[in-house]
Ligand binder design. Structure first.
Ligand code: ATP
Ligand code: MG
Length: 217
């Protein structure tokens, strides 16, 4: 990558959509829409800035290794990714939701906790779930899934799930209820530490523009 090029890693879908106004505030308008074009590298109105479209959970990896200078990723993803080399400066306050424990409607979670039941919990967020239940002093068997966590209790794979919830409609549609909030989630702007130092003159104004746009928004 030429020394003056800046790459921003982000995922398509809700994060891309909700990042557009923030990019615009930094004078960055994408030349293509990743939903319709199949391009994975998208040029922008600023010739030195390009967007790299990756899976949400791959964003920290690109930034950690410096393949992208900046990235936008959910706190859920960042907490599962235990990589060094990331600077996490700005809560963008987008893609907001909550990390929750959910169980079938008829299941008395509180009673299960009180009697020290050993629960099976299916989740994409193994690290987060492990820490949460350990802090509660609960013994759980964690089952790693990559999507559609709601199916697990319905099919007998698990007693509970740990998943992201926003409206709660998906839980409701599948006869599940949220019983515990683990934390509030939003997306963060992350920066490669070396890029922040070595390309400070380029990166810092971008961070400032994002920060200003969030405060104003
Ligand atoms: P994929 O859907 O391709 O398997 P993903 O689920 O990681 O990947 P998205 O569904 O686009 O990708 O989610 C990206 C990020 O958006 C998540 O990491 C999370 O921070 C946030 N997010 C996920 N679900 C919601 C939701 N229902 N409401 C608001 N934000 C959400
Ligand atoms: Mg998803």
């Amino acid at each position: 990558m030429p020394a003056n090029q800046i790459a921003i890693a982000l995922s398509k879908g809700r994060i891309f959509e909700q990042t557009l106004p923030l990019l615009k505030a930094a004078g960055i308008v994408p030349r293509d829409d990743p939903e319709s074009s199949r391009k994975l590298i998208i040029a922008t109105s600023r010739p030195e800035v390009r967007l790299i479209i990756v899976r949400a959970s791959d964003v920290p990896t690109y930034v950690q290794y410096g393949a992208a200078d900046l990235g936008i990723a959910g706190l859920d993803v960042l907490l599962e990714h235990n990589g060094a080399g990331l600077y996490r400066p700005i809560d963008l306050d987008i893609a907001r939701c909550r990390m929750m424990v959910a169980v079938p409607n008829g299941f008395d979670y509180e009673a299960a906790v009180r009697r020290g039941a050993r629960l099976r919990v299916a989740t994409k967020y193994i690290q987060t779930a492990r820490e949460h239940f350990a802090a509660k002093g609960m013994h759980v068997d964690l089952i790693k899934l990559y999507g559609s966590m709601e199916l697990a209790p319905l099919t007998g794979l698990s007693d509970a799930i740990v998943d992201l919830v926003s409206s709660g409609n998906t839980l409701k549609a599948n006869n599940l209820k949220a019983v515990e909030e683990i934390f509030a989630i939003s997306s963060r702007l992350i920066v490669n530490r070396a890029a922040l130092k070595l390309r400070h003159a380029q990166v810092q104004p971008m961070l400032d523009a994002f920060a200003a746009a969030v405060v104003k928004g």
